[in-house]
Ligand binder design. Sequence first.
Ligand code: FEO
Length: 400
Amino acid sequence: MHTKIAEGIYWVGYVDWSVRNFHGYTTSRGSTYNAYLVKAGKTALIDGVKAPYAGALLANVKELAGGGTVDYIVCNHAEPDHSGAIPAAVKAFPGAEVVTNAKCAEALSLHYDTAGWKFRIVNDGDVLDLGGKTLAFYTTPMAHWPESMATYVKEDSLLFSMDIFGQHYASSARFDTEADLEEVFQEAKTYYANIVLLYARPAAAALKKLGALDLKTVCPSHGIIWTKHLPEIVSRYMDWAPSRPTAKVVVAYATMWGSTGKMAAAIAEGATAAGGVDVKVLDLNACDDTDVVRELMDCGSFAVGSPTLNMGILPRVARTLTYVRGLKPAGKTAFAFGSFGWGSKGAEEAAGYLESFGCTIMRPPLTRRFAPDAATLEECRAAGAALAAAAVSAVENWAK
Ligand code: FEO
């Protein structure tokens, strides 16, 4: 199965309708591993797919190559969702040169037995003439790994952008003009929050470098290919990359016997009553961390609630905060809250997490022994109103 993208350029990847866990990222709508074939005087395969789907990739390539061969196998990124099938491709096309940068060649050699591979090492800005089409290579370090790069086809103003602009989104559609755009943009945002967020600065640098190119078509390594709606996804990346806040308050919590849940509801009530903000209440026992991070990424402020279990934070809350800490959403105002029985360590540990990822701490942990009384709930509502004000201020300060 293949799809024509432009004259001589084809999608030859694999649609993974079944994947639901991508190294911890919940991929509710599956994914695709996009590989491409560029046919000119010479033929180049651009990236691979996960190892188990190498057979499908090679069948797609052979369908197009006919009796011909593949002269170059370009590897833009060594992560196994793209490089997993490269060993099989090298075996199938033993004359092919593996075109990549030095860091990627090293990473490939640390994943696979690359003895006998014919590497062609390229540097930033190098070109490869296929005879009628020219590939240019641009390094994009830390977007997503240190060795990541993108490949540009000058004659078609077409970019193979690797993980940038990707979405974990399985679909029979290949192009943005065919797919449900609302779903695609939501998955692009989820992807950014869970994959790119930690590398927001390098991603912004990559955007600046690649944005200088004449671009008509952008082919990421996951999901839908951008054509007509390319300006919209670029604009969204420009908002996401510097963690632009929106007037949104997130209240994320887990509860044991309902007390921390009541506090969460009162905080949300206070924020809602203050007005001017969208309020999201996330019961962590009903949410994936994947979705929590998407909501936190562009909020202006948030509160996180944990009761105390065994003299510490509730493991469900610690799991979320550990994940969020790794992704480091920037510029948030936050506080911790929670009910306790005979030690308020749960909320205190949650506050420690908030400090560790650089939040502006709005107030000391808001705690209550056992069930919250009317005074505690009123304090929660006031704290919610203050959170709303912090979110509004974050938006105003950003605009200045
Ligand atoms: Fe889709 Fe960083 O690999």
